[in-house]
Design a protein around this ligand. Structure first.
Ligand code: ATP
Length: 291
């Protein structure tokens, strides 16, 4: 997500520099002196994640003082579970994940991972344990291989290939004259939306963090690719905590738990079946999408 704040050609350049010197990827943020709206406390401890349980406790937040986006929101995501966050556009779904990555600080309340308040741990250690496939995937002007490898600079070539296969990129890469060495162009413009999404998914899978966030990660995919990727995400979710933000409810019916947000508040939660039986907001959205 931080990439959106950076000139992408420069990011590609920095990536190559870093890769060359095998520096820890988190140093890249320091190198770029990315402006962050959150404060860093040099004395704070590193986050230690054993299981990846996430708690939002009475969280309120607004990008501007006069407009509250999340309003006293509390929710629990069990360790290792695969959950979905759904709700109308603008209800605060992406904001929730931006707060989890601490791109912004909450105004009130707190967010905990395995019982540790994320505002009180080293920011780098927090970002290390979360892999995000953002809504608007941004690739930098480098090869497909490098764009995936960026997820984990210490990964071997075999691991990069395995991640790309898991993200259903194999046939696409094989169809290219230069294969993995094909450059994606500025902002990844030479790739389709779905291809870009799959590169971003491969990158996140390679990062292999205990917490994975997929923000509308399959929205640009055709149904064949979407089904394949959802299978992969579910496989991954067996060992990780996975949060999927989805518009199309059909993609998350078998999530362990579904949170339905409206106007920055948690309105309903449960499994798909429980929410249908409730005959409430989720059920209404499901019916409107099933027509
Ligand atoms: P969608 O389903 O359309 O992606 P969402 O539920 O993910 O929506 P958010 O992206 O969290 O919603 O946005 C919630 C509200 O916050 C929206 O009204 C949006 O306009 C506002 N918002 C989001 N990002 C910013 C920002 N950087 N600055 C100011 N307002 C923002």
């Amino acid at each position: 997500m931080m990439q959106i704040f950076m000139p992408l050609n420069f990011l590609g350049f920095v990536y190559r520099e870093i890769k060359g010197s095998l520096t820890n990827i988190e140093n890249m943020f320091d190198l770029l002196k990315v402006n962050s709206s959150v404060s860093r406390n040099s004395k704070s401890e590193s986050l230690t994640v054993n299981q990846g349980a996430i708690t939002f406790e009475n969280v309120s937040f607004g990008y501007a003082k006069e407009r509250t986006i999340l309003n006293n929101l509390s929710l629990n995501i069990k360790a290792g579970s695969k959950v979905a966050i759904v709700g109308p556009s603008g209800s605060g779904k992406s904001t929730l994940t931006k707060l989890l990555c601490r791109f912004y600080d909450v105004t009130n309340g707190n967010i905990q991972i395995d019982g540790q308040n994320i505002a009180q741990v080293k920011l780098d250690s927090l970002r290390e344990v979360i892999a995000v496939v953002p809504q608007d995937t941004v690739l930098f002007n480098a090869s497909i291989y490098d764009n995936i490898h960026y997820g984990n600079l210490s990964a071997t070539k075999e691991q990069v290939i395995a991640a790309s296969d898991a993200a259903n990129l194999k046939t696409f890469v094989e169809s290219l004259n230069d294969g993995f060495e094909t450059h994606v162009g500025e902002r990844g413009l030479k790739l389709s939306g779905g291809e870009k999404q799959r590169v971003a998914i491969a990158r996140a899978l390679l990062k292999d963090s205990p917490i994975m966030v997929f923000d509308e990660a399959t929205s640009a995919l055709d149904s064949h690719n979407e089904e394949a990727i959802m299978r992969t995400i579910k496989k991954v979710a067996r060992h990780h905590t996975a949060i999927m933000i989805a518009h199309r409810l059909s993609t998350v019916t078998d999530a362990d738990h579904i949170f339905y947000l409206e106007q920055g508040q948690l309105v309903e939660e449960g499994t798909h079946q429980q929410l249908l039986e409730k005959e409430g907001r989720y059920a209404a959205l499901w019916r409107s999408q099933s027509q």
